[in-house]
Design a protein around this ligand. Structure first.
Ligand SMILES: Cc1cc2nc3c(=O)[nH]c(=O)nc-3n(C[C@H](O)[C@H](O)[C@H](O)COP(=O)(O)O)c2cc1C
Length: 361
């Protein structure tokens, strides 16, 4: 099964790589969204069953799709068929956001990397919720270990930082019916207002304001999905330490009431040191793929030490093989996510990573 997929993707990849990166991306997404039997046959792989409970949620395995590939939630059945344990959709802000002019994605093929400046969901929360309703999510409600859904929330570009919580609150309220976990994107290199406060008092204030929305929602719906902060790999050590201390203090205090905070490390990077000699390296946007592997391993290691054992970390960035996934878990991550690896390696990577993690149980 794995071999057939590898051969199919090897045959398809030169065709996709001969196209402009965004064109190839759009074409692949429309194939996946069409969810035809042929496409499903090409991408489907049996899911590795390796259930694990993290942040109060049982994930069928530890390999997820990172945010940004299926911003709109159009391709959920095909993506679930690839064997992911969880799929993150978004980033989505309350209102749709127009994208800047192309080119918006560059491949740095020799570095197995991408640079992108694709914006947030172009339609906003309303069409995203319509899509989840159309798919009748969850896809497999009778399964004891259904594939899990993360909703990645952002605020609109025009929203001032002082009003960001209101945008996140709208996202939390609109999607709580479907979300198994939430991500708050505070690290998009393409939007300057998405960042986490960097002093301890303003950070505490910010986290408390979000917790108030979560308490109100828990009262209304009975649901308290865990919430992950998605951070930049470019944060200074001091900023990482301040964040870890604030989360740790909060989780000691708030966790008994069931409000769970975790971290996704990390988003794309604005740095270019690792790819300086590659074509397109000077392009604006966020760098993803292999050059993130080492810095994100180091970041996860630092955060694990500072967060202690009880705060979950999803390790995202530069996973292009089963060995990369295993190394990321060894640095202290609980779950991993992929995006760029899927472009360079194809859907086979999902099973390879999940199997690599199964073998270290
Ligand atoms: C084209 C593209 C679009 C992305 N869009 C988003 C997004 O909307 N929200 C987000 O939180 N991360 C987004 N990301 C970042 C990924 O979720 C991930 O954090 C990053 O690419 C590192 O993982 P990777 O090296 O496996 O790609 C995007 C990445 C790419 C390549």
């Amino acid at each position: 099964m794995g071999l057939a997929h590898r051969v199919a993707y090897r045959a398809l990849r030169p065709l996709l790589f001969s196209l402009d990166a965004e064109r190839a991306h759009d074409l692949t997404l429309s194939w996946l969204a069409g969810d035809s039997r042929l496409v499903r046959g090409l991408v489907a792989l049996p899911r590795v069953d390796d259930p694990v409970e993290i942040a109060g949620v049982v994930f069928p395995n530890r390999v997820g799709l990172a945010a940004g590939l299926d911003k709109e939630g159009r391709c959920l059945p095909a993506l679930a068929a690839m064997g992911f344990g969880f799929i993150e959709i978004g980033s989505v802000a309350p209102q749709g956001e127009a994208w800047s002019d192309p080119p918006r994605i560059h491949r740095l093929t020799k570095a197995r990397a991408l640079i992108n400046r694709i914006g947030l969901h172009r339609g906003g929360l309303e069409p995203l919720c319509a899509e989840l309703t159309r798919h009748r999510w969850p896809l497999d409600p009778r399964s004891a270990t259904p594939v899990r859904l993360g909703v990645n929330l952002a605020c609109n570009v025009a929203t001032r930082a002082s009003h960001a919580i209101q945008d996140y609150a709208l996202g939390l309220r609109a999607t709580i019916t479907w979300a198994d976990y939430f991500t708050i994107n505070v690290s998009n290199p393409n939007a300057s207002n998405l960042h986490v406060p960097d002093t301890r008092p303003s950070l505490d204030h910010w986290l408390t304001a979000i917790d108030q929305v979560r308490i109100e929602l828990a009262d209304l719906t009975g649901k308290q999905p865990p919430l992950f902060l998605k951070i930049s790999p470019d944060l200074s050590s001091l900023a990482v330490q301040t964040l870890c201390e604030a989360l740790r203090a909060r989780s000691d205090r708030v966790h008994p009431e069931g409000l769970y905070w975790g971290v996704i490390a990390a988003n794309t990077s604005a740095r270019r040191d690792a790819v300086r000699d590659h074509p397109h390296a000077d392009g604006r946007g966020g760098l993803s793929g292999a050059p993130l592997r080492e810095p994100v391993d180091q970041l996860v290691e630092q955060m694990r030490k500072q967060l202690g054992r009880h705060i979950a970390i999803i390790g995202t960035g530069g996973i292009l093989s089963g060995d990369d996934a295993r190394a990321r878990i060894a640095t202290g991550a609980d779950l991993v996510q992929l995006y760029t690896g899927l472009i360079y390696r194809g859907p086979d990577l999902v099973r390879e990573a999940a199997q690599a993690l199964y073998s270290i149980r």
